[in-house]
Design a protein around this ligand. Structure first.
Ligand SMILES: [Zn+2]
Length: 307
């Protein structure tokens, strides 16, 4: 509704500025095939095909975070809607193709990513995803004009090298393929390779001072949304541990033969015990409850047993 209402103002910068001033939190402009929101002065989120990219306009040029395939060259149209300054830097949130597969379209930019992302991209040898020009291990401060971007490595919540992009002065945090404001995390807990790192990364996000959270897909959120995510994940862990105490192996595997089938029957019973409690508590609160609860519980159960 917001976007439709605003469409007629999209070419009138003054009206957009007024709108931004009136509604501190959002919003602005509508192209025909992408959505552009000014989330803070000079900080924009471009969305198309369910994916997000973010860019920051500085006195020295434009810094873009991610080049999703679904946005591709629309990013250039979006940037030129708001500034004539050149794009000077491209930051990779992580190495996955759906987020940086259009990076080859950028010319004369400095690409920055975590050194694990650089290592992965060296191995992939994919011309669509050029290897970064600069990389870092723990954190990197990028000062451009009077703007600062912090790149922070929170550990492998989704993929080795996945990076938080933090704008301290704007109080904006972008974390891609992490948690989803308003919904549950993606399948198998954002397909995390490391559940403890995933849990820890939510705490690390919350330790930062921000009021706008930008995800790689879907809507932006607030710090409150991330507190809800923390509670959801804590509930998963608590109910996974409870299931391991409550479900009886002998009962769960009665009449089942073969070790794989018995393991599966036991895990199915554990998962059901956890998922039933999660669904009962969270139904109607987060989008996706009841769809991926079983996957989240199972991923957490495996972690609780071995991590
Ligand atoms: Zn990813």
């Amino acid at each position: 509704m917001y976007t439709t209402t605003m469409a007629r103002y999209s070419s009138v910068a003054a009206a957009s500025f007024l709108f931004s001033a009136l509604f501190s939190n959002l919003a602005y402009a509508q192209g025909t095939d992408y959505e552009l929101q000014e989330i803070k002065p000079g900080v924009y989120v471009v969305s198309a095909g369910g994916s997000n990219s973010m860019f920051l306009v500085t006195q020295e040029g434009v810094v873009v975070v991610d080049a999703p395939q679904a946005i591709a060259d629309k990013i250039f149209a979006a940037v030129s809607e708001v500034t004539d300054r050149p794009i000077t830097h491209l930051i990779y949130s992580h190495a996955h193709k759906d987020h940086i597969g259009a990076a080859n379209l950028f010319e004369n930019v400095t690409i920055i990513a975590h050194n694990e992302t650089a290592r992965i991209l060296n191995e992939r040898n994919d011309p669509d995803r050029p290897v970064p020009d600069m990389n870092f291990t723990r954190e990197m401060n990028l000062q451009l004009g009077d703007q600062v971007l912090q790149l922070l490595y929170p550990g492998p919540y989704h993929q080795q090298g996945n990076t938080f992009v933090y704008l301290p002065e704007h109080r904006v945090l972008m974390a891609v393929d992490h948690v989803a404001p308003g919904g549950v995390p993606w399948k198998h807990l954002s397909v995390t390779p490391d559940v403890p790192a995933f849990i820890e990364s939510i705490d690390q996000a919350l330790a930062l001072d921000f009021d706008v959270f930008v995800a790689g897909h879907g809507q932006t959120g607030t710090k409150q949304d991330i507190l809800v995510q923390q509670e959801y994940v804590a509930d998963l862990r608590e109910n996974a541990m409870a299931a391991l105490n409550e479900v009886n192996f002998t009962e769960a595997t009665q009449g089942v033969n073969g070790s794989s089938a018995m393991t599966e029957a036991y895990f199915n019973a554990l998962t059901k015990s956890c998922a039933d409690k999660i669904d009962a508590k969270w139904q109607g609160i987060l989008e996706g409850i009841g769809v991926w609860t079983d996957e989240h519980c199972e991923r957490m159960l495996i972690s609780v047993r071995v991590d």
